[in-house]
Design a protein. Structure first.
Ligand code: MEV
Length: 436
C-alpha cells in the first residue's frame, strides 16, 4: 500500500516551515475512482461533506439557477487530478476539468520529469488589471489626455470610493493611463484605470470603477464616454514559471533537439503557434474550469498577449551548458480565489481546497507551471512517438474494460492491443480470451 511521505519544506511566500504531503503518487492512475478520491481527500484534508460533493457531482440545481439565466440543468465534465507537481518547493495536486484524454496524464508525466531537477520555480507581477474608459467626440484629444493625467489623483480617489473593502485589503486603483488611438471613427482617448484586485478575478470591481468614473471623465475632457469595461489583455498580471528538464530524464540529446526544433517551428509559424499555445491552455483552462474561474478571460488574455509584436509562443526553450532543456512560460493570469463561481460552486470550492492555494497569486503561479508542463509534454510526445499512442492507450483501456477485463487483466489487454495496433472491441475480447 502506498504511504504518504510527509516532508518539511519552506513555503515560498510565508517562509514558514510546514509539513506538506507529497504529490508524487506512483500508480495513482491504476486506482479506482473511489480510491483516488480517498487519496486526494487525505492529501487535502477534505471533509466528508466536500468528498461527497465531488463524488456525487453536486452542483445543486438551486445554486445553478442563481448562477445564470434560464437554467434547465447542469452540465458535467470529467474532473481529473494531475500529480507530481513541485512548485516553489511545495507539492500540489492539481484538479483539472476537461473532456480531452491524455491531458491530465501528460501534465503529471511532465511534472514528474521536472521534479527530478527541483520542480518549477515561478514569479508573479501582481493582481493588477486594467479597466478601459472610451472617450469619443473630442475636438482636441491631446488636451483631453492632458486633463485626465492632470486629474490622476482625483480619479484614483473617486475610483477607490467604489470599493473601500478592496482598498482596506491594500488593493484598489493605483494608477491612471491615457492613450490616444486612431480609429476608423476618428481619434479617441482611452483612459486606463490600473487596479490591484488582490484575490479576485477583478471584473466586477474594475467595471464598477469604470462606470462610476465616466461622468467625471466626460466633465474634464468635454468628450462623450461610451464603453467602460475591463480589458482581458491583463499585461500587468503576468505569471511566469521555469523548469529544467534534464536531458537524461527526458530521453537524451535527440529528444532535446526534437523539442528545440518543435519550439523553433512554433516561433516561426503562426499556424503551428496556435496549436502550441492551445496545448498550453489545455492545462490552464482545465484548472480554471475546475476552480470556477472565467476561463474565456484567461484564454483571451493568453492569446492577445501572445500577439503583441506578432503572434508567438507563450513558452520558450533553451539548452543550458549541460545539455539540459530549460523551459519558461509567461502568461497573463486573470484568475481569482474569491468572487464569481469560485465560492458559489461547491465543486470549485472543493477543488481550490485540493489545490491548497491561499491567494490568487498562488493560483496564478500554479497555473503557469501547469501550462509549461502541458506544453513540454506535448512537444516531447510530438517530437518522439506522436500523441496518438497516449490517446490510443486510454481508448484501449476503455475497450478492455468493456470486453470484461478486470484487475491486472486490463493492463495486459491494453499492452497487447497497443503493441498490435488493433484498438477494437472485438480484438479486446479475443485478447482477453487468449490471456485467460
Ligand atoms: C491537443 O489538444 C494539444 C496539442 O495539439 C498541442 C501541441 O500540438 O503542441 C498536442
Amino acid at each position: 500500500m502506498y504511504v504518504f511521505r510527509v516532508k518539511h519544506r519552506r513555503h515560498y511566500k510565508s517562509g514558514k516551515i510546514t509539513a506538506f504531503m507529497n504529490s508524487r503518487i506512483p500508480g495513482f492512475y491504476k486506482l479506482s475512482v473511489n480510491e483516488r478520491l480517498k487519496k486526494v481527500a487525505e492529501f487535502a484534508k477534505l471533509t466528508d461533506e466536500e468528498t461527497k460533493t465531488i463524488f456525487s457531482r453536486g452542483l445543486p440545481l438551486d445554486v445553478a439557477d442563481r448562477m445564470i439565466e434560464n437554467v434547465i440543468g447542469t452540465f458535467e465534465l470529467p474532473l481529473g487530478i494531475a500529480t507530481n507537481f513541485l512548485i516553489d518547493g511545495k507539492d500540489y495536486l492539481i484538479p483539472m476539468a476537461i473532456e480531452e484524454p491524455s491531458v491530465v496524464a501528460a501534465a503529471s508525466n511532465a511534472a514528474r520529469m521536472a521534479r527530478e531537477s527541483g520542480g518549477f520555480i515561478t514569479d508573479y507581477t501582481g493582481s493588477v488589471m486594467i479597466g478601459q474608459i472610451q472617450v469619443t467626440k473630442l475636438t482636441d484629444p491631446n488636451s483631453a489626455r492632458f486633463e485626465v493625467l492632470r486629474h490622476r489623483d482625483e480619479i484614483i480617489e473617486k475610483a477607490n470610493e467604489c470599493d473601500p473593502m478592496l482598498v482596506s485589503l491594500g488593493g484598489g486603483c493605483k494608477d491612471v493611463e491615457a492613450r490616444i488611438i486612431d480609429t476608423m471613427m476618428g481619434k479617441m482617448l482611452i483612459v486606463h484605470l490600473v487596479v490591484d484586485v488582490k484575490d479576485a478575478m477583478g471584473a466586477n470591481a474594475v467595471n464598477t470603477m469604470c462606470e462610476s468614473l465616466a461622468p467625471f471623465i466626460e466633465r474634464i475632457t468635454g468628450g462623450k464616454v461610451y464603453l467602460r469595461i475591463i480589458s482581458n489583455l491583463a499585461s500587468y498580471r503576468l505569471a511566469r514559471a521555469k523548469a529544467v528538464f534534464a536531458k537524461d530524464v527526458i530521453g537524451g540529446e535527440e529528444v532535446v533537439e526534437g523539442i528545440m526544433l518543435a519550439y523553433a517551428f512554433a516561433a516561426a509559424d503562426p499556424y503551428r503557434c496556435a496549436t502550441h499555445n492551445k496545448g498550453i491552455m489545455n492545462g490552464i483552462s482545465a484548472l480554471m474550469i475546475a476552480t470556477g474561474n472565467d476561463f474565456r478571460a484567461v484564454e483571451a488574455g493568453a492569446h492577445s498577449y501572445a500577439s503583441i509584436g506578432g503572434y508567438r509562443p507563450l513558452t520558450t526553450y533553451e539548452v543550458d551548458g549541460k545539455g539540459n532543456l530549460v523551459g519558461t512560460i509567461e502568461v497573463p493570469m486573470a484568475a481569482g480565489i474569491i468572487g464569481g463561481a469560485t465560492k458559489v460552486n461547491p465543486i470549485a470550492k472543493a477543488c481550490l481546497k485540493i489545490l491548497g492555494v491561499e491567494s490568487a497569486e498562488e493560483l496564478a503561479r500554479v497555473a503557469a507551471a501547469l501550462g509549461l508542463a502541458q506544453n513540454f509534454a506535448a512537444l516531447r510526445a510530438l517530437a518522439t512517438e506522436g500523441i496518438q499512442r497516449g490517446h490510443m492507450e486510454l481508448h484501449a483501456r476503455n475497450l478492455a474494460i468493456m470486453a470484461g477485463a478486470v484487475g491486472e487483466e486490463v493492463d495486459r489487454v491494453v499492452e497487447i492491443m497497443v503493441r498490435d495496433r488493433k484498438i477494437r472491441l472485438d480484438y479486446a475480447k479475443e485478447v482477453l480470451e487468449r490471456i485467460r
